[in-house]
Design a protein around this ligand. Structure first.
Ligand SMILES: CCCCCCCC/C=C\CCCCCCCCCCCCCCCC(=O)SCCNC(=O)CCNC(=O)[C@H](O)C(C)(C)COP(=O)(O)OP(=O)(O)OC[C@H]1O[C@@H](n2cnc3c(N)ncnc32)[C@H](O)[C@@H]1OP(=O)(O)O
Ligand SMILES: Cc1cc2nc3c(=O)[nH]c(=O)nc-3n(C[C@H](O)[C@H](O)[C@H](O)COP(=O)(O)OP(=O)(O)OC[C@H]3O[C@@H](n4cnc5c(N)ncnc54)[C@H](O)[C@@H]3O)c2cc1C
Length: 663
């Protein structure tokens, strides 16, 4: 049998209806149709070809992306694509471009932090791409600590302008996407100074380049920050550096929803919290969570298909060897990642609802849920990106040696994905934000009943006393038992941290000293939410033959895998006995056997095109080995039998006089 037959055979074993599962994955029949249409549009358009990327130099890579972006923008207009369709188009094109910053950060910053008047002026210009903007917050010397930024915006009362200035080398803006060569404008974050007094960091709309000839405006020095990790992935983007030498902008280009500066130089705070200045980051963190499930589903699709084709050992008489997918070790590394992709998918759908709700509230100045939403987006961003980056690398290893080839699609996917652990809030820094929220919630338990995602902490006093009642491996299939275990562990970790914090001289000293434990408690809290979201999703009506049952198995795999991985926490907090932890692991093995017949069908449900996967190992048809050969033969080194440099550098070594060597 060939790879093609193996996958056909695997597909015939599926115990659920794949077409309905595709809809469950996409979220709705309408969402599925949009994704499917955009995926095919991209896959069938030769401009969006990706296989030549690894061979391109930096300048060609960049220009190639400019060309693709221009073509995509033309399609958006010619085909009258909605914003949702345009986002999927961008997703399937699969190439970081300046438009990411324009649509994910520049426009949301204008919309979230601008006054009505500012929005009226700037948003239409941005949405029609008459101006192209980026988000210039990070500096050479400061990224995570936004309040530590050094760029200054000094108000000049006489001219009614702000003077934007980079006072030091470390104040150079460093990283903003599209800044080096493309963007005409930026939201520049700077310390506001009026009459020598500092008023904190604010956003300012600064024009960077001439709209006529694209040259940098006077006083602004722009450049690229250099090549990044991987080759053909993030190097398509011109992440840039900018220095400002007393650049003047009109007063009305400070984003003034949160606070205003009057013509007279008076600083006025409106009744909105200053954290609203951080709202753009909340918005994009939510997008990043949704991207995590997409990236992880891509990696597991490649690794699962290849694992069904690859055979090793198991036959001593020349018969077929064992599919590596049948090894329990392979299953225990791969299936939790398949389950995680689904878990993150449902978590991101839920987060989107939470975010839509807070956005509507913020518009009418209701800020009550902002701290919870900030904690959720920051925590989920950290949890999902860390697990996805690790998961992609695990999938590469699951594909053995061939996983290391660029043609497997996995090295480039990892290089593209891994900065998500850093950008938009470094992951540990984000967990510490969750920790602040947890500590406040637990410390306030006497006065305030927690709601929403923290509601379970309202039962903390009970959860720290109760013990797990599981007696058999079967008991671990009960969602109530699973959820209580996660809640008890998280509550015990949070309460334990708070008790120890009280032993320090000051809360700041305690927080710094216990920060590792606090980060772990935050992760445990986020896992409660992801697990409970998955469980709640299964309580909804899920049509289709066997679809709900297959998802139930995955939900249990996800939860019990986490329980096994973090069993140290579950045991140390005293909720579980070692016997109960071991029963969970027994159940996990049984669950892997239930996933096995559905493995290929599950990854088919992601509906990924071969274009999007860009992987010889993950091809839908399974025709792996002939295509690996074909891809290898395309390498420029295979253009001729004798490569450049052989005559010059190798032949002289071969022809050296042997008596000169002692070897
Ligand atoms: C080929 C192309 C095709 C083209 C197609 C054309 C068509 C295109 C159409 C559509 C395209 C769509 C594109 C989609 C693409 C999607 C891709 C998405 C990829 C995105 C790429 C992202 C790039 C990355 C960008 C960046 O990285 S920007 C920089 C981000 N920086 C950070 O995140 C900095 C992190 N630091 C912080 O957030 C903060 O400083 C801190 C650490 C959270 C705060 O620290 P500190 O304690 O000092 O806080 P304070 O400032 O004092 O504040 C204290 C209180 O405020 C609370 N707080 C903090 N943050 C927030 C918040 N965000 N919201 C609410 N509250 C917040 C904090 O908890 C404190 O509260 P308290 O009560 O405890 O006091
Ligand atoms: C591909 C990419 C694209 C980017 N695009 C943009 C962009 O468009 N616009 C923009 O403004 N920025 C952008 N950035 C910058 C990005 O937002 C920052 O790099 C990020 O916020 C992390 O900040 P940092 O680099 O200062 O890391 P640091 O904060 O210096 O982190 C270094 C280490 O210190 C630790 N650390 C930091 N603070 C604490 C603390 N309080 N407690 C414990 N540990 C701590 C971190 O955990 C980490 O291990 C981009 C970055 C990348 C990689």
């Amino acid at each position: 049998m060939e790879g093609v037959d193996y996958l056909r055979d695997e597909r015939s074993k599926a115990q659920f209806d794949v077409e309905t599962m595709k809809v469950a994955w996409a979220g709705s029949p309408e969402a599925f149709l949009v994704c499917d249409r955009m995926a095919k549009l991209v896959a069938n358009d030769p401009v969006f070809e990706k296989f030549s990327k690894p061979m391109l130099g930096r300048k060609e890579l960049f220009k190639n992306t400019l060309r693709k972006t221009a073509h995509a923008w033309k399609l958006v207009n010619d085909l009258h694509l909605t914003e949702e369709e345009a986002k999927w188009l961008r997703h399937y094109i699969d190439e970081p471009s300046y438009t990411d910053l324009q649509w994910e950060m520049f426009v949301p910053a204008l919309e979230g932090q601008g006054t009505e008047e500012q929005k009226k002026k700037w948003v239409p210009l941005a949405k029609t791409m008459q101006i192209i903007g980026t988000y210039a917050q990070t500096e050479l010397g400061h990224g995570s600590n936004v309040q530590g930024l050094e760029t200054t915006a000094t108000f000049d009362r006489q001219s009614d302008e702000f003077v934007i200035h980079s006072p030091t080398l470390t104040s150079s803006k460093w990283w903003p996407g599209g800044l080096a060569k493309v963007t005409t404008h930026a939201i520049v974050y700077a310390r506001l100074i009026i009459d020598g007094h500092f008023y904190g960091v604010h956003g300012f709309i600064v024009q960077l380049r001439s709209l006529e000839d694209h040259s940098p405006l006077p006083g602004i020095t722009l450049g690229d920050i250099g090549m990044k990790f991987g080759h053909g992935t993030y190097n398509t983007m011109d992440n840039g550096v900018a220095r400002f030498d007393r650049v003047r902008i009109p007063r009305d280009q400070m984003l003034m929803r949160v606070s205003q500066v009057t013509k007279e130089g008076k600083y006025m705070k409106s009744n909105v919290p200053r954290q609203l200045g951080y709202a753009t980051m909340v918005s994009v963190r939510q997008t990043i969570v949704s991207d995590a499930s997409k990236a992880l589903s891509r990696a597991v699709c490649i690794a699962t298909r290849y694992s069904a084709i690859r055979r090793q050992f198991g036959s001593r008489d020349g018969g077929p060897e064992t599919q590596v997918l049948d090894y329990k070790t392979q299953q225990s590394r791969l299936f939790p990642l398949v389950a995680s992709a689904f878990a993150f998918r449902f978590a991101s759908d839920w987060l989107k609802l939470l975010y839509t709700d807070v956005k509507q509230r913020l518009e009418v100045n209701d800020f009550s849920t902002l701290p919870e939403v900030h904690a959720c987006t920051a925590g989920f961003k950290s949890l999902t990106t860390a697990a996805t980056a690790e998961g992609i690398e695990e999938c590469r290893k699951l594909c053995g040696g061939h996983g290391y080839l660029i043609s497997s699609g996995l090295p480039e996917l990892f290089a593209f994905y891994v900065p998500a652990c850093t950008y938009e809030g470094e992951n540990v820094v984000m967990l510490l934000q969750v920790a602040r929220f947890l500590v406040k919630t637990v410390s306030d338990l006497g006065n305030k009943q927690p709601v929403g995602t923290a509601a379970y902490l309202g039962r903390a006093s009970l959860l720290v006393q109760k013990n797990c009642v599981v007696q058999t491996a079967e008991d671990w299939l009960n969602p109530i038992a699973i959820l209580e275990a996660f809640e008890a562990r998280a509550a015990r970790m949070a309460v334990g941290c708070c008790q120890r914090l009280a032993e320090f001289k000051s809360p700041e000293e305690g927080f710094a000293e216990l920060s590792s434990d606090l980060a772990e408690a935050s992760l445990a809290h986020c896992q409660v939410i992801v697990v409970s979201t998955f469980i709640r999703r299964l309580q909804q009506d899920i049509p289709g033959r066997g679809v709900k049952q297959a998802l139930e198995v995955l939900c249990n795999v996800y939860a019990l895998f986490l329980l096994h991985k973090h069993q140290g926490d579950f045991l140390a907090t005293g909720y579980l006995t070692p016997k109960q932890a071991s029963l969970a692991n027994d159940q996990l093995r049984t669950l892997y056997s239930k996933v096995r017949p559905n493995a290929i069908a599950l990854v088919d449900s992601f509906n990924h095109t071969d274009h999007y996967l860009s992987s010889v190992l993950g091809r839908y048809d399974g025709n792996v080995y002939p295509k690996l050969y074909e891809a290898a033969l395309k390498d420029p080194l295979n253009d001729s039998d004798i490569a450049d440099g052989i005559h010059q550098y190798v032949q002289p070594i071969l022809k050296q006089k042997l008596h000169s060597s002692k070897l």
